[in-house]
Design a protein around this ligand. Sequence first.
Ligand SMILES: *Cc1c(COP(=O)(O)O)cnc(C)c1O
Length: 380
Amino acid sequence: MRQIYLDHNATTPVHPEVRDVLMACYENDFGNPSSVHRYGRRTRVQIDRARDTIAAMLGVSGSSIFFCSGGTEANNTIIKGVASAHQDRGRHIITSPTEHPAVLDTCAYLAQQGFEVTYLPVDEAGVVDLQALEEALTNETTLVSVMHANNETGVIQPIADIARLAHQRGALVHTDAVQSFGKLPFHIDALEVDFLSFSGHKLYAPKGIGGWYARTPTALQPLLHGGHQERGLRSGTESVPSIMALSKACEIAVRDMQAEWERLQQLQQRLEHGILESVPSARIQSATASRLPSTTNVAFAEVEGETLLMSLDLQGVAISTGSACSSGSLEPSHVLKAMAVPETHLYGALRLSMGRSTTPDDIDYVLECLPDMVKHARVD
Ligand SMILES: *Cc1c(COP(=O)(O)O)cnc(C)c1O
Protein backbone atom coordinates (compact mmCIF):
# COMPACT_ATOMS: atom_id res chain seq x y z
CA MET A 1 0.00 0.00 0.00
CA ARG A 2 1.12 3.56 -0.66
CA GLN A 3 2.26 5.56 2.36
CA ILE A 4 1.58 9.25 2.03
CA TYR A 5 2.43 11.56 4.91
CA LEU A 6 0.41 14.77 4.82
CA ASP A 7 0.78 15.82 8.45
CA HIS A 8 3.95 17.93 8.37
CA ASN A 9 2.43 20.58 10.65
CA ALA A 10 2.26 17.94 13.39
CA THR A 11 5.85 16.89 12.90
CA THR A 12 8.38 16.17 10.14
CA PRO A 13 10.82 13.32 9.54
CA VAL A 14 14.47 14.07 10.28
CA HIS A 15 16.21 15.16 7.07
CA PRO A 16 18.98 12.72 6.00
CA GLU A 17 21.64 15.47 6.12
CA VAL A 18 20.43 16.36 9.62
CA ARG A 19 20.60 12.73 10.68
CA ASP A 20 24.22 12.58 9.51
CA VAL A 21 25.05 15.56 11.72
CA LEU A 22 23.29 13.91 14.67
CA MET A 23 25.11 10.60 14.24
CA ALA A 24 28.50 12.28 13.85
CA CYS A 25 27.87 14.30 16.98
CA TYR A 26 26.82 11.23 18.99
CA GLU A 27 30.02 9.52 17.90
CA ASN A 28 32.49 12.34 18.37
CA ASP A 29 31.19 15.10 20.57
CA PHE A 30 29.93 13.97 23.93
CA GLY A 31 31.59 16.68 26.00
CA ASN A 32 29.59 18.81 28.41
CA PRO A 33 29.76 22.38 27.06
CA SER A 34 30.24 23.64 30.62
CA SER A 35 33.43 21.60 31.06
CA VAL A 36 36.65 23.56 30.89
CA HIS A 37 38.73 20.84 29.21
CA ARG A 38 38.98 20.23 25.48
CA TYR A 39 35.88 18.02 25.31
CA GLY A 40 33.80 20.81 26.75
CA ARG A 41 35.46 23.58 24.78
CA ARG A 42 34.76 21.70 21.57
CA THR A 43 31.01 21.37 22.16
CA ARG A 44 30.82 24.95 23.48
CA VAL A 45 32.20 26.19 20.15
CA GLN A 46 29.70 24.02 18.29
CA ILE A 47 26.75 25.41 20.21
CA ASP A 48 27.88 28.97 19.62
CA ARG A 49 28.27 28.25 15.93
CA ALA A 50 24.74 26.82 15.82
CA ARG A 51 23.48 29.92 17.61
CA ASP A 52 25.11 32.12 14.99
CA THR A 53 23.62 30.11 12.12
CA ILE A 54 20.11 30.47 13.50
CA ALA A 55 20.69 34.12 14.34
CA ALA A 56 21.87 34.81 10.78
CA MET A 57 18.69 33.28 9.42
CA LEU A 58 16.68 35.74 11.53
CA GLY A 59 19.04 38.66 10.85
CA VAL A 60 20.02 39.10 14.51
CA SER A 61 23.09 38.48 16.65
CA GLY A 62 23.84 35.13 18.26
CA SER A 63 23.49 36.59 21.74
CA SER A 64 19.72 36.96 21.24
CA ILE A 65 19.13 33.23 20.54
CA PHE A 66 18.38 30.78 23.38
CA PHE A 67 17.94 27.02 23.15
CA CYS A 68 15.36 24.95 25.00
CA SER A 69 13.26 21.83 24.45
CA GLY A 70 10.90 23.22 21.82
CA GLY A 71 7.97 25.43 20.99
CA THR A 72 5.95 24.66 24.10
CA GLU A 73 8.79 25.51 26.45
CA ALA A 74 9.74 28.64 24.52
CA ASN A 75 6.15 29.92 24.62
CA ASN A 76 5.87 29.17 28.34
CA THR A 77 9.20 30.80 29.14
CA ILE A 78 8.43 33.98 27.25
CA ILE A 79 4.81 34.46 28.24
CA LYS A 80 5.20 33.56 31.92
CA GLY A 81 8.59 35.26 32.06
CA VAL A 82 7.42 38.58 30.64
CA ALA A 83 4.16 38.54 32.61
CA SER A 84 5.96 38.00 35.87
CA ALA A 85 8.93 40.29 35.19
CA HIS A 86 6.67 43.23 34.32
CA GLN A 87 3.81 42.76 36.73
CA ASP A 88 4.67 45.91 38.61
CA ARG A 89 3.77 47.88 35.50
CA GLY A 90 0.63 45.90 34.68
CA ARG A 91 -1.06 42.51 34.63
CA HIS A 92 -2.76 42.58 31.23
CA ILE A 93 -1.90 40.27 28.32
CA ILE A 94 -3.39 40.23 24.82
CA THR A 95 -3.48 37.17 22.58
CA SER A 96 -5.72 35.60 19.96
CA PRO A 97 -8.23 32.74 20.22
CA THR A 98 -6.52 30.83 17.39
CA GLU A 99 -3.18 30.30 19.14
CA HIS A 100 -1.58 26.93 19.74
CA PRO A 101 -2.52 25.37 23.11
CA ALA A 102 1.03 26.10 24.31
CA VAL A 103 0.07 29.79 24.25
CA LEU A 104 -3.64 29.49 25.10
CA ASP A 105 -3.15 27.24 28.12
CA THR A 106 -0.24 29.35 29.37
CA CYS A 107 -2.47 32.44 29.21
CA ALA A 108 -5.28 30.52 30.94
CA TYR A 109 -2.84 29.60 33.70
CA LEU A 110 -1.86 33.25 34.11
CA ALA A 111 -5.53 34.23 34.22
CA GLN A 112 -5.89 31.84 37.16
CA GLN A 113 -2.99 33.67 38.80
CA GLY A 114 -4.90 36.94 38.56
CA PHE A 115 -3.67 38.27 35.23
CA GLU A 116 -6.20 39.75 32.82
CA VAL A 117 -6.18 38.16 29.35
CA THR A 118 -7.88 39.64 26.28
CA TYR A 119 -8.55 37.44 23.25
CA LEU A 120 -8.70 39.47 20.05
CA PRO A 121 -11.44 38.63 17.57
CA VAL A 122 -10.39 37.19 14.20
CA ASP A 123 -12.13 37.53 10.84
CA GLU A 124 -13.46 34.63 8.76
CA ALA A 125 -9.99 33.93 7.39
CA GLY A 126 -8.59 33.82 10.93
CA VAL A 127 -6.69 37.13 10.74
CA VAL A 128 -6.69 39.17 13.96
CA ASP A 129 -8.60 42.42 14.04
CA LEU A 130 -6.11 45.30 14.33
CA GLN A 131 -8.80 47.78 15.32
CA ALA A 132 -9.73 45.52 18.21
CA LEU A 133 -6.06 45.33 19.22
CA GLU A 134 -5.81 49.11 19.27
CA GLU A 135 -8.86 49.29 21.52
CA ALA A 136 -7.70 46.47 23.80
CA LEU A 137 -4.26 47.95 24.54
CA THR A 138 -4.01 49.78 27.85
CA ASN A 139 -1.17 51.18 29.92
CA GLU A 140 -1.33 47.93 31.93
CA THR A 141 -0.73 45.74 28.86
CA THR A 142 2.72 44.22 29.16
CA LEU A 143 2.61 41.60 26.42
CA VAL A 144 0.90 40.94 23.10
CA SER A 145 1.36 37.36 21.88
CA VAL A 146 0.05 36.49 18.41
CA MET A 147 1.33 33.58 16.34
CA HIS A 148 3.05 34.14 13.00
CA ALA A 149 1.52 31.30 10.93
CA ASN A 150 -1.36 29.21 12.20
CA ASN A 151 -0.77 25.47 12.51
CA GLU A 152 -4.31 24.52 11.43
CA THR A 153 -4.97 26.92 8.55
CA GLY A 154 -1.50 28.26 7.67
CA VAL A 155 -2.85 31.80 7.80
CA ILE A 156 -0.13 34.42 8.31
CA GLN A 157 -0.84 37.20 10.81
CA PRO A 158 0.13 40.86 10.24
CA ILE A 159 2.79 40.69 12.94
CA ALA A 160 4.60 43.93 12.04
CA ASP A 161 1.34 45.91 12.27
CA ILE A 162 0.52 44.22 15.57
CA ALA A 163 3.99 45.03 16.90
CA ARG A 164 3.78 48.67 15.88
CA LEU A 165 0.45 49.17 17.65
CA ALA A 166 1.64 47.32 20.76
CA HIS A 167 4.92 49.22 20.95
CA GLN A 168 3.10 52.56 20.74
CA ARG A 169 1.49 51.64 24.06
CA GLY A 170 4.68 50.30 25.57
CA ALA A 171 3.77 46.59 25.41
CA LEU A 172 6.25 43.89 24.42
CA VAL A 173 5.45 41.58 21.50
CA HIS A 174 5.90 37.84 21.17
CA THR A 175 5.17 35.65 18.18
CA ASP A 176 4.97 31.86 18.09
CA ALA A 177 6.76 31.30 14.78
CA VAL A 178 6.99 27.52 15.05
CA GLN A 179 5.10 27.00 11.77
CA SER A 180 6.75 29.77 9.76
CA PHE A 181 10.35 29.32 10.94
CA GLY A 182 12.48 28.20 8.01
CA LYS A 183 9.52 28.18 5.63
CA LEU A 184 8.82 31.86 5.20
CA PRO A 185 11.79 34.16 4.65
CA PHE A 186 11.74 36.81 7.36
CA HIS A 187 14.10 38.84 9.49
CA ILE A 188 13.23 40.00 12.98
CA ASP A 189 13.60 43.59 11.74
CA ALA A 190 10.64 43.13 9.42
CA LEU A 191 8.45 41.56 12.10
CA GLU A 192 9.52 44.06 14.76
CA VAL A 193 8.87 41.56 17.58
CA ASP A 194 10.66 41.39 20.92
CA PHE A 195 10.37 37.62 21.30
CA LEU A 196 9.90 34.74 18.88
CA SER A 197 9.55 30.98 19.49
CA PHE A 198 10.76 28.19 17.21
CA SER A 199 10.90 24.42 17.24
CA GLY A 200 13.10 21.87 15.47
CA HIS A 201 10.72 19.03 14.74
CA LYS A 202 8.49 21.07 12.44
CA LEU A 203 11.59 21.73 10.35
CA TYR A 204 13.14 18.27 9.76
CA ALA A 205 15.23 18.39 12.95
CA PRO A 206 14.63 16.07 15.92
CA LYS A 207 11.89 16.45 18.50
CA GLY A 208 12.78 18.02 21.83
CA ILE A 209 14.84 20.94 20.55
CA GLY A 210 13.84 24.52 19.86
CA GLY A 211 14.37 27.92 21.27
CA TRP A 212 13.53 31.55 21.29
CA TYR A 213 14.78 34.91 20.13
CA ALA A 214 14.80 37.70 22.71
CA ARG A 215 15.63 41.30 21.91
CA THR A 216 16.23 42.04 25.60
CA PRO A 217 16.86 38.80 27.48
CA THR A 218 16.80 40.53 30.85
CA ALA A 219 13.06 41.12 30.45
CA LEU A 220 12.57 37.41 31.18
CA GLN A 221 12.53 35.38 34.35
CA PRO A 222 13.66 31.79 33.90
CA LEU A 223 11.32 28.82 34.41
CA LEU A 224 14.19 26.53 35.32
CA HIS A 225 16.91 27.25 37.85
CA GLY A 226 20.14 25.33 38.07
CA GLY A 227 23.45 25.36 36.23
CA HIS A 228 22.98 28.78 34.58
CA GLN A 229 23.11 27.46 31.02
CA GLU A 230 21.76 29.77 28.31
CA ARG A 231 22.91 32.76 30.38
CA GLY A 232 20.82 31.65 33.30
CA LEU A 233 17.56 31.69 31.36
CA ARG A 234 17.38 27.95 30.73
CA SER A 235 19.36 25.80 33.08
CA GLY A 236 20.12 22.19 32.13
CA THR A 237 22.95 20.64 30.14
CA GLU A 238 22.54 21.57 26.50
CA SER A 239 21.41 18.88 24.05
CA VAL A 240 24.46 19.35 21.86
CA PRO A 241 23.51 16.84 19.11
CA SER A 242 20.00 18.27 18.80
CA ILE A 243 21.30 21.84 18.71
CA MET A 244 23.73 20.95 15.92
CA ALA A 245 20.94 19.14 14.10
CA LEU A 246 18.67 22.16 14.36
CA SER A 247 21.41 24.36 13.00
CA LYS A 248 21.85 22.02 10.03
CA ALA A 249 18.08 21.97 9.45
CA CYS A 250 18.13 25.78 9.34
CA GLU A 251 20.96 25.80 6.81
CA ILE A 252 18.98 23.44 4.60
CA ALA A 253 15.80 25.47 5.07
CA VAL A 254 17.53 28.69 4.01
CA ARG A 255 19.18 26.98 1.04
CA ASP A 256 15.92 25.52 -0.29
CA MET A 257 13.37 28.02 0.97
CA GLN A 258 12.46 29.78 -2.26
CA ALA A 259 12.30 26.62 -4.38
CA GLU A 260 10.34 24.73 -1.74
CA TRP A 261 7.86 27.58 -1.32
CA GLU A 262 7.14 27.66 -5.07
CA ARG A 263 6.93 23.89 -5.34
CA LEU A 264 4.48 23.69 -2.44
CA GLN A 265 2.40 26.52 -3.87
CA GLN A 266 1.84 24.49 -7.01
CA LEU A 267 0.94 21.39 -5.00
CA GLN A 268 -1.48 23.41 -2.87
CA GLN A 269 -3.24 24.73 -5.97
CA ARG A 270 -3.41 21.27 -7.46
CA LEU A 271 -4.89 19.88 -4.25
CA GLU A 272 -7.40 22.65 -3.63
CA HIS A 273 -8.62 22.95 -7.23
CA GLY A 274 -8.98 19.19 -7.34
CA ILE A 275 -11.03 19.05 -4.16
CA LEU A 276 -13.32 21.93 -5.12
CA GLU A 277 -13.90 20.39 -8.55
CA SER A 278 -14.92 16.99 -7.21
CA VAL A 279 -16.73 18.15 -4.04
CA PRO A 280 -18.22 21.58 -4.76
CA SER A 281 -19.62 21.95 -1.22
CA ALA A 282 -16.12 21.79 0.26
CA ARG A 283 -14.82 24.90 2.01
CA ILE A 284 -11.15 25.86 1.99
CA GLN A 285 -10.35 27.84 5.12
CA SER A 286 -8.40 31.11 4.92
CA ALA A 287 -8.24 30.87 1.12
CA THR A 288 -8.55 34.65 0.78
CA ALA A 289 -5.72 35.46 3.20
CA SER A 290 -1.96 35.07 2.86
CA ARG A 291 -1.15 31.54 3.90
CA LEU A 292 1.61 28.97 4.09
CA PRO A 293 1.64 26.96 0.85
CA SER A 294 2.17 23.77 2.84
CA THR A 295 -1.18 23.90 4.60
CA THR A 296 -4.68 23.18 3.36
CA ASN A 297 -7.59 23.18 5.77
CA VAL A 298 -10.68 21.89 4.00
CA ALA A 299 -14.11 21.28 5.51
CA PHE A 300 -16.83 19.08 4.03
CA ALA A 301 -20.51 19.56 4.76
CA GLU A 302 -22.39 17.07 6.94
CA VAL A 303 -19.49 14.68 7.50
CA GLU A 304 -17.27 13.97 10.45
CA GLY A 305 -13.62 14.72 9.90
CA GLU A 306 -12.66 11.76 12.10
CA THR A 307 -14.42 9.36 9.72
CA LEU A 308 -12.48 10.74 6.76
CA LEU A 309 -9.23 10.61 8.74
CA MET A 310 -9.79 6.89 9.42
CA SER A 311 -10.74 6.14 5.80
CA LEU A 312 -7.68 7.96 4.51
CA ASP A 313 -5.49 6.17 7.05
CA LEU A 314 -6.77 2.82 5.73
CA GLN A 315 -5.65 3.95 2.27
CA GLY A 316 -2.20 4.89 3.61
CA VAL A 317 -2.76 8.63 3.76
CA ALA A 318 -1.89 10.36 7.07
CA ILE A 319 -3.64 13.65 7.74
CA SER A 320 -5.21 15.27 10.79
CA THR A 321 -8.49 16.91 11.68
CA GLY A 322 -7.92 20.49 12.70
CA SER A 323 -5.71 20.58 15.71
CA ALA A 324 -3.47 17.64 16.46
CA CYS A 325 -4.03 18.15 20.14
CA SER A 326 -7.77 17.65 19.87
CA SER A 327 -7.64 14.64 17.55
CA GLY A 328 -9.26 11.69 19.18
CA SER A 329 -11.94 13.95 20.61
CA LEU A 330 -14.96 15.19 18.70
CA GLU A 331 -14.71 18.74 19.96
CA PRO A 332 -14.54 20.98 16.90
CA SER A 333 -11.32 22.93 16.47
CA HIS A 334 -11.06 26.10 18.57
CA VAL A 335 -9.42 27.78 15.59
CA LEU A 336 -12.31 27.10 13.21
CA LYS A 337 -14.83 28.04 15.90
CA ALA A 338 -13.11 31.41 16.38
CA MET A 339 -13.28 31.90 12.59
CA ALA A 340 -17.06 31.29 12.69
CA VAL A 341 -16.91 28.36 10.26
CA PRO A 342 -20.59 27.40 9.77
CA GLU A 343 -22.00 24.58 11.90
CA THR A 344 -22.58 22.47 8.75
CA HIS A 345 -18.82 22.34 8.08
CA LEU A 346 -17.38 22.67 11.58
CA TYR A 347 -17.11 18.94 12.25
CA GLY A 348 -15.97 17.98 8.75
CA ALA A 349 -12.59 19.73 8.68
CA LEU A 350 -9.35 18.11 7.58
CA ARG A 351 -5.85 19.53 7.74
CA LEU A 352 -3.54 18.35 5.00
CA SER A 353 0.00 19.61 5.52
CA MET A 354 2.60 18.96 2.85
CA GLY A 355 6.36 18.92 3.06
CA ARG A 356 9.60 18.07 1.32
CA SER A 357 8.61 14.54 0.43
CA THR A 358 5.22 15.46 -1.05
CA THR A 359 4.89 14.85 -4.81
CA PRO A 360 2.18 15.68 -7.38
CA ASP A 361 1.46 11.93 -7.47
CA ASP A 362 0.67 11.99 -3.75
CA ILE A 363 -1.82 14.79 -4.31
CA ASP A 364 -3.44 12.97 -7.23
CA TYR A 365 -3.81 9.84 -5.10
CA VAL A 366 -5.62 11.82 -2.39
CA LEU A 367 -7.82 13.43 -5.04
CA GLU A 368 -8.73 9.95 -6.30
CA CYS A 369 -9.70 8.63 -2.86
CA LEU A 370 -11.34 11.59 -1.24
CA PRO A 371 -14.58 12.27 -3.18
CA ASP A 372 -15.95 8.75 -2.64
CA MET A 373 -14.98 8.81 1.00
CA VAL A 374 -16.83 12.09 1.49
CA LYS A 375 -19.89 10.65 -0.23
CA HIS A 376 -19.91 7.57 1.99
CA ALA A 377 -19.17 9.49 5.18
CA ARG A 378 -22.21 11.75 4.86
CA VAL A 379 -24.25 11.77 8.05
CA ASP A 380 -27.75 12.27 6.62
C1 LIG B 1 4.01 22.31 17.20
C2 LIG B 1 3.71 23.69 17.65
C3 LIG B 1 4.08 24.13 18.93
C4 LIG B 1 4.70 23.22 19.96
O1 LIG B 1 6.04 22.96 19.67
P1 LIG B 1 6.78 21.69 20.39
O2 LIG B 1 8.18 21.82 19.96
O3 LIG B 1 6.09 20.48 19.88
O4 LIG B 1 6.60 21.88 21.85
C5 LIG B 1 3.81 25.44 19.27
N1 LIG B 1 3.22 26.27 18.41
C6 LIG B 1 2.86 25.90 17.17
C7 LIG B 1 2.23 26.88 16.26
C8 LIG B 1 3.09 24.60 16.75
O5 LIG B 1 2.71 24.23 15.53
